[in-house]
Design a protein. Structure first.
Length: 639
């Protein structure tokens, strides 16, 4: 366990109260992931398991929540990537293997101090050949990683697993390699019949064994890494919901402690609306032909096991975050710890989108401001980790950077691209056949967003993802009649980035509640923009909708006259139906003209002093006129 700004114990022996705040649960979530990261960093990929591709596993398990013990028979099918005479699985030495079979043939095997099960195959395998073995084992799993836990809730025994990232071998023989997911699994859990069993995938059957036990069969038909395989057993009370739209309808199966059933069921009503929102933004739920669900367990926060999130409580933020991970992390997994923002930044922003769409814009602005306050509490912090930073679990799961900055950077991508291009790019990223149910890297999301928007995002990624810090704006407004000149000067909090190129919203506030919000294309450290305002300005608000990570919120009014240079260029006719003409002094040379719509999107670039905008929609636009004497900005109206 590493340091964090909250002081509490990560492992709880009882249910975290349903009244707990999202912030508390989120802090516990981060603590749990920090702890998991420590285990990853201590784990060295087993070179002895790299010569095969794991294809299928059947877990036939016998457990009792009253006993810290497991008996299992696990079938494993694999394909040789190299010539093989032996096959190695990761399995704790605390679990004793009784036999290994290939068909009806008993195989020779050894267990060693490196937590390996080494099996001598009946005959050698060539590259591409497949083989299955059946492993029978039992024992008390080691407790060092707490991957296998027995406890009680209100006096009732409970058993659960939480294997992230490399604890699966503490309770079953597997291949613990993020890069090699099991293509599909079947899980059979035999437990006392008074209890309900939970696992990934769809429940196929539940059969009484007429000996006081029952066997429940689950099938999960999607690629899954070993750490996302999970089971739980206790006296669950099941609450069913349904979600999805035809033909992709599926059940939401909630396994609830009976003593909390009446208080949790109302909270679970949030799940379907959140699921509907996520499907509209991210595409069909990734496991729609199986299920989604929740299972209460004794940790704080939650864990996004594929198809069934284990939950310590049921607040909106926690439900949303863990559900979003089914897309960001389970369906498409970050390829390295340097890319962790692809999992956590997008999942955390998805929780913010829920705030916006369910609680409204005011709450969403408060949500964003809280993130901004956290990020700007320090000057630096790169989102894409360096190789050295990726060796530090605290840095990997930094609340300020990975979660808060990650979520705000995702929001800024939405802000500069617009909703249509942003969500289209995210959908194609998640559905890309080279990424879906596999892995992705930071350039992958960049490429999909660029394709969807037609914009080059290299500068944005260099500044906000690979760089550090944030912009600090100084805005001065000079008003003469209806003409207002806004001078924007930008400095940065970190020397690693000398300028952040962003569209900057400015809210001008006048008498009797009059307001006007304009978007300035801030492309230079010092720029002047000319706009028209029908009222005397009394105050200026910078970034009123909290779309940018910045500490700047208010601007300055000036009584000075308009700079003379803004009178050196005129644009006519204005308003116009079709044609724009630019008039400038003989000393000035036109470089180019960029045309932006009222949302700050670039809609055209011109090289002449006369050009047509007949093809554009009616509305307000801004011309950025680049000359040998500087940049000039003119507002126009297309009729």
């Amino acid at each position: 366990m590493k340091k964090i700004t909250f002081l509490f114990t990560c492992l709880f022996s009882i249910l975290v109260s349903a009244q707990q705040t999202d912030a508390d649960e989120r802090a516990q979530l981060i603590l749990r992931e920090q702890k998991s990261a420590q285990a990853i960093l201590e784990f060295k990929a087993n070179p002895n398991t790299q010569n095969y591709d794991i294809l299928y596993q059947k877990l036939d398990l016998k457990v009792d929540p009253e006993k810290y013990y497991i008996k299992g028979v696990v079938e494993a099918k694999f394909k040789a990537l190299q010539p093989m005479t032996t096959v190695v699985f990761d399995l704790s030495k605390d679990l004793k293997v009784a036999s290994v079979k290939e068909g009806s043939n008993l195989l020779t095997f050894t267990q060693n101090q490196s937590d390996e099960l080494v099996i001598q195959l009946k005959s050698s395998l060539g590259v591409g050949q497949e083989r299955s073995v059946i492993i029978t084992y039992e024992g008390a799993p080691p407790k060092n990683q707490e991957a296998f836990t027995t406890s009680v809730h209100f006096g009732t025994p409970i058993l659960w697993t939480l294997s992230q990232p490399f604890g699966a071998s503490d309770w079953w023989p597997c291949k613990q390699d993020l890069a090699d997911k099991v293509d599909k699994i079947d899980v059979y859990i035999t437990a006392p019949a008074v209890y309900k069993s939970v696992a990934n995938g769809l429940e196929i059957s539940q059969i009484s064994n007429n000996d006081g036990t029952a066997t429940t069969h689950f099938h999960h038909g999607y690629p899954i890494p070993a750490y996302l395989v999970a089971i739980a057993v206790t006296n669950y009370q099941v609450y069913l919901q349904s979600a999805g739209t035809a033909p992709h309808q599926f059940p939401i199966v909630n396994y609830i402690y009976p003593e909390y059933y009446t208080s949790v069921v109302p909270q679970l009503q949030q799940t379907v609306p959140i699921m509907n929102l996520f499907e509209s933004w991210f595409g069909t739920y990734p496991y729609a032909d199986e299920k989604y669900g929740h299972a209460q367990f004794g940790w704080g926060g939650g864990m996004e096991h594929s198809t069934v999130s284990f939950m310590g409580a049921f607040t909106q933020g926690l439900i949303a975050h863990e559900l979003a991970h089914q897309w960001f992390g389970n369906k498409v997994t970050c390829g390295t710890w340097q890319d962790i923002w692809l999992n956590e930044g997008f999942s955390e922003y998805a929780a913010g989108l829920v705030v916006q769409n369910i609680q409204g814009e005011n709450q969403f602005q408060m949500w964003k401001q809280n993130l901004v306050n956290s990020v700007t509490s320090q000057n630096g912090g790169n989102l894409y980790l360096t190789p050295i930073q990726a060796l530090n679990s605290d840095r990997i799961f930094s609340s300020r950077i990975t979660y808060n900055k990650g979520a705000m950077v995702v929001h800024m991508l939405r802000y500069i691209l617009g909703d249509q291009a942003f969500f289209a790019g995210v959908k194609t990223y998640l559905s890309d056949a080279n990424l879906a149910y596999k892995h992705a890297y930071t350039p992958d999301i960049k490429a999909h967003l660029e394709t969807a928007s037609g914009k080059n995002l290299t500068a944005f990624f260099d500044q906000w993802i690979y760089g550090e810090g944030y912009p600090i704006y100084d805005v001065v407004a000079e008003q003469v009649g209806k003409k207002v000149t806004l001078t924007v000067k930008q400095t940065t909090s970190s020397s690693t980035v000398d300028f952040f190129e962003m569209p900057l919203e400015i809210k001008l506030v006048g008498t009797k509640g009059a307001t006007k919000v304009i978007v300035l294309q801030n492309t230079q450290p010092s720029q002047s923009f000319e706009v028209e305002v029908d009222f005397p300005i009394q105050s200026i608000e910078i970034d009123p909708n909290r779309n940018i990570i910045t500490t700047s919120n208010t601007g300055t009014l000036s009584v000075e006259s308009l700079p003379v240079k803004n009178e050196q260029i005129s644009v006519y006719p204005n308003p116009t139906f079709t044609e724009i003409n630019i008039d400038m002094s003989n000393e000035q040379v036109l470089t180019k003209v960029d045309l932006f719509d009222d949302k700050g999107a670039l809609v055209g670039t011109f090289r002449e002093k006369q050009f047509s905008i007949a093809h554009l929609s009616k509305g307000k636009y801004v011309l950025e006129i680049a000359t040998n004497t500087g940049f000039f900005h003119k507002s126009i109206i297309k009729l």
